[in-house]
Write a new protein. Structure first.
Length: 319
């Protein structure tokens, strides 16, 4: 009799446990078609948030020159790679000397997001100064040069000195770190901080021109148009599956990385003979945002309805 009672209790117990541990199905979001307006001359930088499937903000790419790392311990400085800006370091002249750009050696930021690979690098123990080639305007005219030195970096601000190469337009400025954004932006034209980046948790991707580095001594750097991702965004690139096949259950099979230029520019091809772009629609991107959500994305067009380039269109879905 005891055996039957124990068996009955066991059946009731395990039946309850199975009912108390249900596995809820994972519901994916709707597939959405999005198009970004960069303009046919690529004048705009557009910040995009996957979670809300919306453009958060946009700015003219020539609205800023440098970006200063905003974290308390931050000291890195970035160039505006969307204008093909470059940097040269000088340690054999005085800052007050008139500078010529002939024979200067130029460097560019690496677009992979590794801050130690930026053109400024770790300048804190250097005694020289820098020349900034501000690159090109939207109409391809030159934006000019500035020489600058970083006098001080603290937990709260950067102190910089800058001028034209002939010492005109001499300025000294304290740039306070804005902790809301990843990088505090600065303009030589405004001689002040400018509002460019949205709050760090509000965006995932930026559609922009940027300087890509090639392992080619004849063309070490080139201006391209594509997509860079925010800090701590993880991206996997896939060409094995159809876009429709990729599901949440497959996430562990992809290899994710945090380089900023994984999406990059090569989701499209340019034909010199036809003078037009075609899309590599077989490339899928699986993206993990700062809120730990996963999305899949692929590009499907580069033109608007009027036939103008510079309007990347993509489909995306939260997994």
């Amino acid at each position: 009799m005891k055996k039957y009672i124990i068996l009955l209790i066991s059946i009731v117990f395990f039946s309850c446990e199975q009912q108390e541990l249900p596995i809820a199905p994972h519901n994916s979001g709707e597939i959405k078609i999005q198009q970004i307006d960069m303009s046919s001359d690529y004048r705009y930088q557009v910040f995009y948030d996957l979670g809300t499937s919306s453009s958060i903000s946009q700015n003219l790419k020539v609205s800023w020159d440098l970006q200063f790392e905003s974290s308390v311990d931050g000291f890195h400085i970035l160039l505006n790679s969307s204008t093909f800006s470059a940097l040269s370091y000088i340690d054999n002249l005085s800052f007050s000397d008139t500078i010529t750009t002939s024979n200067l050696i130029w460097n560019w930021d690496n677009p992979n997001g590794n801050l130690d690979s930026s053109a400024f690098g770790d300048y804190r123990e250097k005694s020289g100064f820098f020349v900034v080639d501000r690159g090109y305007n939207v109409n391809a005219s030159l934006r000019g040069f500035k020489k600058m030195k970083i006098d001080t970096v603290t937990n709260e601000f950067y102190q910089i000195t800058y001028a034209n190469l002939d010492n005109s337009d001499f300025n000294s400025l304290k740039i306070y770190k804005d902790p809301v954004v990843a990088f505090t932006s600065f303009s030589f034209v405004q001689n002040d901080i400018v509002n460019i980046q949205p709050p760090i948790d509000d965006w995932d991707l930026i559609f922009t021109q940027y300087t890509h580095l090639f392992n080619d001594p004849n063309t070490p750097a080139y201006l391209v148009t594509g997509v860079l991702n925010n800090l701590d965004i993880m991206v996997a690139r896939d060409t094995s599956y159809d876009f429709s096949e990729i599901s949440y259950d497959m996430i562990s099979s992809f290899s994710f990385a945090t380089e900023s230029d994984i999406i990059g520019y090569d989701w499209k091809n340019y034909s010199h003979s036809s003078g037009s772009f075609t899309i590599n629609s077989n490339i899928n991107y699986i993206i993990k945002d700062r809120q730990q959500k996963y999305f899949k994305l692929r590009f499907i067009d580069y033109y608007n309805d009027a036939g103008d380039k510079g309007y990347p269109k993509f489909e995306m879905q939260e997994l």
